[in-house]
Design a protein around this ligand. Structure first.
Ligand code: GLC
Ligand code: CA
Length: 557
C-alpha cells in the first residue's frame, strides 16, 4: 500500500491496538510497545494494512492515555521513544502503516501548559484553556460533562472555573486561541516527521464552542460544542498546516455527527478529513440514561442507520465501518450471539455484514478472535473512568438500581473492550505472567489466538479471507450499495455493484432458519464468494439461511 496513491486508505483494513491490554513484555501487568513489536507478525498474518494505536503519550492515565501530559513523550509504562521508533520501523518493514491517536480537544491537567495556566490570570498560558467566572457561586453554565456531573471545575487560587467536557483532569483547550492551534499543528508535524501515516482525531467535532458558552435548556451543552461554528475552518487549517501533500489518512471521531455534516467533513474537495466515526449504529437500544439503560433494539433500526450512511456518503465523502473499539462492548456480544454454539458463526456473520459495505473497515483487537463481553462481579473490579463516574452519578444517587447498572456496564461498558487480548490458554491468556491491570477474560482458555491459529475454520482465518477479498476485488471498495428487504427484522441484505458485476450479501441476524429470495427474474446459478457455513450451496432463488448464516454471492442480473 503506497501513500502516493491518493485514496490509498480506501482499500485498507485498519486494526486498532489498545496498548495497555495488548501484550505485556516485562511482567508489570501492563501492555507495552515491546509487546506490540513481538506481535507484529501476527497482525501481518491477519493481513491488515493500518494499525491505529490508542494513545501512548505521557499521561497520568486518568482516562487511560486520553489525557495527555506530554505530546512528545512516551508513557513510561509503555516504554521509551526508542521503543516507539523501533515499533514504527518494524511496522513499515512489514508493509503496514501506523495511525496515531491525537487527543487535542483537551489535555491532561498535568500538562505543562495547564500547570502554567492555573498559576495566575495573567499567565501566558492562561488563554490556552477555557476559564470563566462562576455565577453566584455556581458554575458558569449548566453543561454536564460526558462522564457525568458539571463540566466545570473551580480553581481556588485564581477564583475561576475551567471547562472540562470529559473528566476534571481533562481540561478543554481553547481553540479560539490561534497560538493553541499552532502548537497542535507543530505537535502533529513532529510526528509526521517521524514517519507516522495518519491520525485518528479524538472527539474532534467538540473543539469549536459557541461563543458565550450559552446555558442550555436541559443541561446538555452538546448543541453548543458539537460541530460548532468554526469547526470546518479549524479542520481546513489543520489540513493546510499538517496534511496537505503528505498523503496522510485523517480519521475524525465525531459523536452525534449526522450524514449531512459527515459529507462536509469527508468530501475530498473540501480538504478536511478522509472519514469520520459516527455513533448512531452503536447506540441502538440506548435508553433514558444512555448506555446505562439497556433496551431491546430492532434490526430494522440498525439497517436504517447503515442504509442511510451508505446512501448519503455514496457520491461525496467516505464511510468508516466498525462494530467495536475501546469505547464499545465486544461486537459478538452486542450485535451477534455470544452463546458458545453461535459465537463463532455470528462473529463471522457480523464480519461479512460490515466488511462488504462501502467504506474502510476497522477491527478492534480481539474481535478477530470472537472475544466476548466479560462479567465484572463488583464495581471494584472496574477500571474505566466512565463506568466509575457513572456509578457515582446514577447508582449511588439511587437513579438506577445497582444490579441494573452492573448489567448495563456488562452490556455496554467500555471495560469489556479493555480486557486483555488472550494469546493462549496459559495463565492470564499469555497477556502477562504477573497481576494484570484489569481482569482477564474468563473465557481465555477457549477463546484465544493460539486456538484460532490452529483451526482452519476459525474466526481469525475468516477475517483474513475478508481482508484478502477487499484487496483483490474492486467491487468491495468502489461498488454501489443498495439495501434489500428493508422491513425484514431478521435478515440484513444488500447488493454491491460495479460495472456489470453484482454481489449479493445476505446475513441472518437471528438464531432461526429464515427464507430469503434472491432478487432475480430468472434464476441463474450464482457463484459463492464467501460463506460462514462451509457446506452452503444454492439450489434455487429461494435460499434458507441457517442461524446467523451469511453469504456473499455473485449474481447475474
Ligand atoms: C474519545 C475516546 C475515549 C475518551 C474520550 C475523551 O471518545 O475514544 O476513550 O474517553 O474521547 O478523550
Ligand atoms: Ca509492561
Amino acid at each position: 500500500m503506497n501513500r502516493e496513491n491518493k485514496d490509498w486508505w480506501k482499500s485498507a483494513v485498519v486494526y486498532q491496538i489498545y496498548p495497555r491490554s495488548f501484550q505485556d513484555s516485562n511482567g508489570d501487568g501492563i501492555g507495552d510497545l515491546k509487546g506490540i513489536i513481538r506481535r507484529l507478525d501476527y497482525l501481518n498474518t491477519l493481513g491488515i494494512d493500518i494499525i491505529w494505536l490508542s494513545p501512548v503519550y505521557d499521561s497520568p492515565n486518568d482516562d487511560n492515555g486520553y489525557d495527555i501530559s506530554d505530546y512528545r513523550g512516551i508513557m513510561s509504562e509503555f516504554g521509551t521513544m526508542e521503543d516507539f521508533d523501533l515499533l514504527l520501523q518494524e511496522i513499515h518493514n512489514r508493509g503496514m502503516k501506523l495511525v496515531m491517536d491525537m487527543v487535542v480537544n483537551h489535555t491532561s491537567d498535568e500538562h505543562a501548559w495547564f500547570q502554567e495556566a492555573k498559576k495566575s490570570k495573567d499567565n501566558a498560558y492562561r488563554d490556552y484553556y477555557i476559564w470563566r467566572k462562576g455565577k453566584d457561586s455556581m458554575p458558569p453554565n449548566n453543561w454536564i460533562s460526558m462522564f457525568g456531573g458539571t463540566a466545570w471545575e473551580y480553581d481556588e487560587k485564581t477564583e475561576e472555573y475551567y471547562l472540562h467536557l470529559f473528566g476534571k483532569k481533562q481540561p478543554d483547550l481553547n481553540w479560539e486561541n490561534e497560538i493553541v492551534r499552532k502548537e497542535v499543528y507543530e505537535i502533529m508535524n513532529w510526528w509526521v516527521k517521524k514517519g507516522v501515516d495518519g491520525f485518528r482525531m479524538d472527539v474532534i467535532n467538540f473543539i469549536s464552542k459557541v461563543p458565550g458558552l450559552p446555558e442550555s435548556a436541559d443541561g446538555n451543552g452538546k448543541p453548543y460544542y458539537e460541530n460548532g461554528p468554526r469547526i470546518h475552518e479549524y479542520l481546513r487549517e489543520m489540513n493546510r498546516e499538517v496534511v496537505e501533500n503528505n498523503g496522510l489518512v485523517m480519521i475524525g471521531e465525531m459523536p452525534d455527527v449526522c450524514t449531512k455534516d459527515a459529507v462536509l467533513y469527508t468530501n475530498p474537495a473540501r480538504k478536511e478529513l478522509d472519514m469520520v466515526f459516527s455513533f448512531e449504529h452503536v447506540e441502538v437500544g440506548y435508553g433514558e440514561y444512555g448506555k446505562w439503560s439497556v433496551g431491546p433494539w430492532k434490526l430494522t433500526e440498525l439497517k436504517g442507520i447503515f442504509g442511510k450512511w451508505q446512501n448519503e456518503l455514496n457520491e461525496e465523502g467516505w464511510n468508516s465501518l466498525y462494530w467495536s473499539n475501546h469505547d464499545q462492548p465486544r461486537a459478538v456480544s452486542r450485535f451477534g450471539d455470544d452463546r458458545e454454539e453461535y459465537r463463532e458463526v455470528s462473529a463471522k456473520m457480523l464480519a461479512v455484514c460490515l466488511h462488504m459495505m462501502k467504506g474502510t473497515p476497522f477491527i478492534f483487537q480481539g474481535e478477530e478472535l470472537g472475544m466476548t463481553n466479560t462479567r465484572f462481579t463488583s464495581i471494584q473490579e472496574h477500571r474505566d473512568i466512565e463506568i466509575l463516574t457513572g456509578y457515582k452519578e446514577y447508582c449511588k444517587t439511587g437513579l438506577i438500581p445497582e444490579s441494573e447498572f452492573m448489567q448495563a456496564a456488562y452490556e455496554h461498558g467500555r471495560d469489556n473492550a479493555r480486557v486483555p487480548v488472550a494469546w493462549d490458554d496459559t495463565v492470564n491468556g499469555g497477556f502477562t505472567d504477573k497481576k494484570p491491570w484489569i481482569k482477564v477474560s474468563d473465557k481465555y482458555k477457549t477463546i484465544n489466538v493460539k486456538k484460532n491459529l490452529e483451526a482452519p475454520d476459525s474466526v481469525f482465518y475468516f477475517y483474513k479471507r475478508l481482508i484478502e477479498l477487499r484487496h483483490s476485488e474492486k467491487i468491495i471498495v468502489d461498488g454501489d450499495f443498495r439495501m434489500l428487504c428493508e422491513k425484514d427484522e431478521d435478515i440484513f441484505a444488500y447488493t454491491r455493484s460495479l460495472a456489470d458485476k453484482t454481489w449479493l450479501i445476505a446475513c441472518n441476524f437471528s438464531c432461526y432458519n429464515r427464507k430469503f429470495t434472491i432478487p432475480l427474474e430468472h434464476f441463474d446459478d450464482p457463484g459463492v464468494i464467501i460463506a460462514n457455513y462451509t457446506d452452503f450451496t444454492v439450489q434455487s432463488s429461494v435460499i434458507e439461511l441457517r442461524p446467523y448464516e451469511a453469504v456473499v454471492l455473485e449474481i447475474h442480473i
